[in-house]
Design a protein around this ligand. Sequence first.
Ligand code: FNR
Length: 383
Amino acid sequence: NEIYLHGLEGRVPPFTTDATALGASARDHLDAGAFGYVAGSAGSGATHRANREAFDRHRLVPRMLTDATDRDLRTTVLGTPMPAPVVLAPVGVQSIVHREGELATARAAASLGLTMTLSTASSYTTEQVAEASGPGSPRWFQLYWPNDDDVCASLLDRARRAGFTTLVVTLDTWTLAWRPRDLDQSYLPFIRGVGTAIPFSDPAFRAGLAKPPEEDLDAAVLRWVPMFTGTDKSWSRLPFLRRHWDGPIVLKGIQHPDDARRAAEAGIDGIVVSNHGGRQVDGAVASLDALPGIARAVERTGSGMEILFDSGIRTGSDVLKALALGARAVLVGRPFAYGLAHGGEDGVRHVLRGLLADLDLTLGLSGHRSPAELTPDDLWHRP
Ligand code: FNR
């Protein structure tokens, strides 16, 4: 109704509703460094392209005369009720893209009841984002796992007290990959933006500095880089997180069935099958291609560990394909970051509403009332 009524009034959307064209149109709103930070990927971009190409190789097989008029997209993921199986992926240093950064994203997500995942590299503090998100709004916290246990415990404690319910531990970024677009800019936008990232406001982090980051940013960055790089993490360290986090724990960046099995055996609550949007290992397997094997491996454990998915989701049809192959929900990254570039909070909302509407329409037109109905049999697959 809204779309047709706007048409009658001669109103058009604020910017494109074609999610595959969002990047190109966001380019007009960003300087080269900021655009490179969002759009960039590792190495030659092979994995980034493979992510999209895998979606093209999988096709929905619509069913007719099923009466899919009344649809219900609601679901619950790791105890968090959701209006649709869509979560905002952690995206760091959003102030590079828009002055209001994570605050704008938090408001947009909250207005739609969607869950936001706040990055450890957020340009606004845990407490500021919680306030922008508002009481009762669903929020998860993403951890870049520092090798200083006091700082780690402090980050988790702050997140918990600020109402973040689920911990998403990113495993695939213990150092940044070879990212030519960022390297060609000497990571300038990133380094300028990172000075306000969450660790810099953390009391345990600041306790190790002679002067606060506001007075000596160089020293703060030199403490931060080794603390969040090359950390000596192994499966045996997971109990540390359990001791410091009493909610669900999710491991993000799983691409091998054996790692998924280990996570299930370790009692982890969920995983995100992800290659970080092709930003870490150039030439890594497409995330969608990794998903079926992982879903089978997890099924065999009988653990009930929940599987989430990201990397390459652009359209409603993409969401349905990931769900059909075993994901319970998906995370989206670049699309909402491009929305942020276009118009802050309104821009993020425009992109997310478009994705939800597209998802709803495509679900119905495929002959289903609920995403839970989808199975691999609803897909055709070109090897
Ligand atoms: C990311 N991603 C990411 N992941 C994470 O765990 N912590 C972070 O701080 C960031 N930061 C970040 C910045 C930018 C600009 C992008 C594009 C991505 C990865 C993100 O959570 C997600 O895995 C991918 O973005 C998913 O792929 P798509 O949806 O961008 O194709």
